[in-house]
Design a protein around this ligand. Structure first.
Ligand code: AMP
Length: 192
């Protein structure tokens, strides 16, 4: 079993790299952003609450997010058996602590954290382009700026948290998709 957290600012390439990593390592992908967008499109109660936060570029409260994640883990026991890529979770220190506990209760842990490091000006460009291609409502300049603030204030401290745990693998996320992927694989293969 191999559980991976893919970590980085919005627009750093987490989703793109996750798609490749799930194939390479036969992992189950849990993207909390995708889970929430799915609820929004289906108009569920969770979707209605999530929309209030996502449209403002804010984080959904930790307590609710932890419940969403636990549901994703327990709903797919056969799919998660080989390991999971957590994409977009954790986004706060309390979420990281909750993830540690949740996995320990299930007899496992986070094995590695891949941190995609991309210069800020590239992030904005990438998200604006994605907004045009995929039509994500939160990929507009005003919301992007708020999401980057939230990232710096609430999410980036996780780098230190996982460095202290000896799990953080810094990856230059600024080059091509192929080069970034090769560098992630090299870094992970050194610990597998
Ligand atoms: P993403 O697709 O990962 O960029 O997430 C899109 C939006 O969903 C974020 O800007 C947050 O509003 C919300 N979201 C996704 N994951 C989380 C999380 N772990 N904690 C809080 N909010 C989240």
């Amino acid at each position: 079993m191999f559980n991976l957290v893919i970590f980085g600012a919005p627009g750093s390439g987490k989703g793109t790299q996750s798609e490749r990593l799930i194939e390479k390592y036969n992992l189950h992908h849990i993207s909390t952003g995708e889970v929430l967008r799915d609820h929004i499109s289906r108009g569920t109660e969770l979707g209605k609450i999530a929309d209030l936060y996502i449209s403002k570029g804010q984080l959904i409260p930790d307590e609710l997010m932890v419940k969403v994640l636990a549901h994703e883990l327990d709903n797919n026991p056969e799919k998660t058996a080989n390991g999971v890529i957590f994409d977009g979770f954790p986004r706060t220190i309390p979420q990281a602590k909750a993830l540690k506990e949740m996995l320990a209760e299930r007899g496992t842990k986070v094995h590695a954290v891949v941190g995609l490091e991309v210069p800020e000006e590239h992030l904005v460009d990438r998200m604006l382009k994605r907004g045009q291609v995929e039509g994500r409502a939160d990929d507009n300049l005003e919301t992007i700026k708020k999401r980057l603030d939230v990232y710096h204030n609430q999410t980036s401290p996780l780098k230190e948290y996982y460095l202290e745990e000896g799990k953080y693998h810094a990856i230059d996320g600024g080059s091509t998709v192929e080069t970034v992927f090769d560098n992630i694989v090299k870094s992970l293969d050194s610990i597998r």
